[in-house]
Design a protein. Structure first.
Length: 304
């Protein structure tokens, strides 16, 4: 049996991916930030897959101390099957001003990037040979492919983590989200280079537009209701859109299928290797982001 750790695993893409892999005999660690939701997700998973081997685990990506504690628990030998995969799926999109994480960092950047940076780097040495790491990114990092979504706005990582002035533009929250998804790709590229020579694969995955997920939870109630009602139509008619169940099948294949045993440093759109934006290929930014993230994480952990 193999262990996979999935963040943001209580609903949507994360839960469906957990069900897919549990059905294929994996021991699934369901990362969650709310105990009741974590236990509920585990029950639902066992109902869908009666033979599921499932373990809820508290991992709040917006709290780096929580991430460090979760990684320490996962590194305790003998409690579960060997670690074969990490899926960084948890994400947040904040639309109403700048919110801060427990550590004082901008919430979108902290959750979507910094938390995963810490979790993956803390566990990468525990992955078995042939292990796989997948970060869920998004086509929103490339305006050409994101149906009017605003372009990311890259800046020094320290500024992304701690913006000194709130951008009053109504699109500012979506810009921060797109920028965090660009950061995911930078992280994948840099980690793939650092793992060169080790049989560990690391890739970015774009699930496409999933209108049935909870990512729009911070939008006004009316917008959320309309989005839910239109979800089946969007998934059927909009190019690149798919249900979270369909996206989860593709993600599960990326984690489990032998066809991707040697694929690394890639950007996958659904079931196929695709192209990320020209901006997403910038070695200097990738190295700067890695170094700055190590500093930001270390600084936050030292304060608490």
């Amino acid at each position: 049996m193999k262990t996979v750790v999935i963040t943001g695993a209580t609903a949507g893409l994360g839960l469906h991916t957990a069900a897919h892999l549990a059905g294929r005999g994996w021991h699934v660690v369901l990362g969650h930030r709310d105990e009741m939701r974590g236990q509920s997700a585990a029950r639902r998973l066992r109902q869908r897959v009666p033979q599921a081997s499932v373990e809820p685990l508290h991992i709040d990506l917006a709290d780096l101390r929580s991430v460090a504690r979760a990684a320490e628990r996962l590194r305790q030998a003998g409690q579960r099957p060997p670690l074969h995969a990490i899926v960084g799926n948890a994400g947040i999109q904040v639309i109403d001003g700048v919110r801060r994480s427990v550590d004082g960092y901008e919430l979108t950047f902290a959750t979507n990037h910094l938390g995963h940076h810490l979790l993956v780097t803390a566990l990468v040495d525990d992955l078995v040979d042939g292990g796989r790491i997948v970060l869920v990114s998004s086509g929103t990092h490339w305006p050409k492919k994101s149906m009017g979504f605003p372009a990311p706005r890259w800046a020094a990582p320290a500024e992304l983590a701690d913006p000194q002035e709130a951008d009053p533009a109504p699109t500012a929250g979506r810009v921060r989200y797109a920028t965090s998804k660009l950061a995911n790709i930078y992280f994948v590229h840099e980690l793939a280079r650092r793992l060169a020579g080790r049989p560990i694969m690391v890739n970015a995955y774009d699930p496409g537009l999933m209108p049935d997920t909870a990512l729009s939870r911070d939008y006004p109630v009316t917008v959320r209701r309309l989005y839910r009602l239109a979800a089946p139509v969007i998934a059927a008619l909009v190019p690149g859109a798919r249900s979270s169940r369909s996206a989860a099948r593709h993600l599960g294949v990326l984690v489990d299928d032998p066809r991707f045993a040697s694929t690394t440093g890639a950007y996958l759109e659904g079931p196929k290797v695709g192209d990320s934006s020209p901006e997403s290929h910038d070695v200097a930014r990738e190295r700067e982001l890695w170094s700055a993230s190590e500093h930001l994480v270390g600084e936050a952990l030292a304060r608490r």
